[in-house]
Write a protein that binds this ligand. Sequence first.
Ligand code: G6P
Ligand code: MG
Length: 216
Amino acid sequence: MAQITACIFDLDGVIVDTAVYHYRAWKRLANELGFDFTEEDNEKLKGISRVKSLELILGWGGIEKTETEREELASRKNTWYVEMIQSMRPDEILPGAKEFLQEMKAAGLKTALGSASKNSGLILERTGLLPLFDVLVDGNHVSASKPNPQVFLKGAEALGIEPANCVVFEDAVAGVEAAIAAGMKVVGIGSAEVLNRADLVVKGLFEIHVPQLNNL
Ligand code: G6P
Ligand code: MG
C-alpha cells in the first residue's frame, strides 16, 4: 500500500466550527427576504459553495432573482459573515486540530488546506493556524466545487505529492466523494452513517494520530 506523506484538510467543520456564523448570516438574509431559515436547512449547506448555497436558499423561500441580484445578495451575506469571522480567536479551533497538525509537522508530513471557502486565509490567520499549512487551496482557486476532486488534486499537485499518498479529512458528503474521486484515502469527521463512503470516521481530529494514517 502507498505510504501516506501528506494530509489535505477541509476547513469548516474539520479545523474550525464556522457553521454557526454561516447560519447567522444566511438567516439574516432569508429574514430580510421575508422567510425563515432553520439550523436544519443550514446542515444541508455543509461544503456547498456560496453561490450554490444561495440558489438553494432562494429555492426554499420560493424566490426568484436575476443573476445580478443574486450576486448582490451573496455579497451582502458575505459582508456579515466576514464581520463575524474577523473576531475569531484561536480558542475556536476544534479540539485536537492544532495538535494533529503539529504532530504531522513533527513527523515530517506535508499539510494542505482544501476548502470551498473564499475566506479561508482570513480564518487561518485569525486562529493562528496559517504557519501549520504548506499549501492553501480554496474557493478562490477552483472552477468546479466538491464533489468535483479539483480542490484536492490541486492541493496534492502544489505539494508535489501523488494523490495515492494523500489522506483527506472531511465533514461533508460532497467532500468525501471529492476525495474518493481524487484517488485519495479519506477520513470522515462526524457520523459514520452519513459519511459511509469514508475509509474511517472519527468524531474529531482529537481521535486520530499519525501512526494510524498508514492503516486506513
Ligand atoms: C464551506 C462551508 C460552506 C460555505 C463554503 C463557502 O464549504 O462548509 O457552508 O458555503 O465553505 O464559503 P465562503 O466563505 O466562500 O462563503
Ligand atoms: Mg466542511
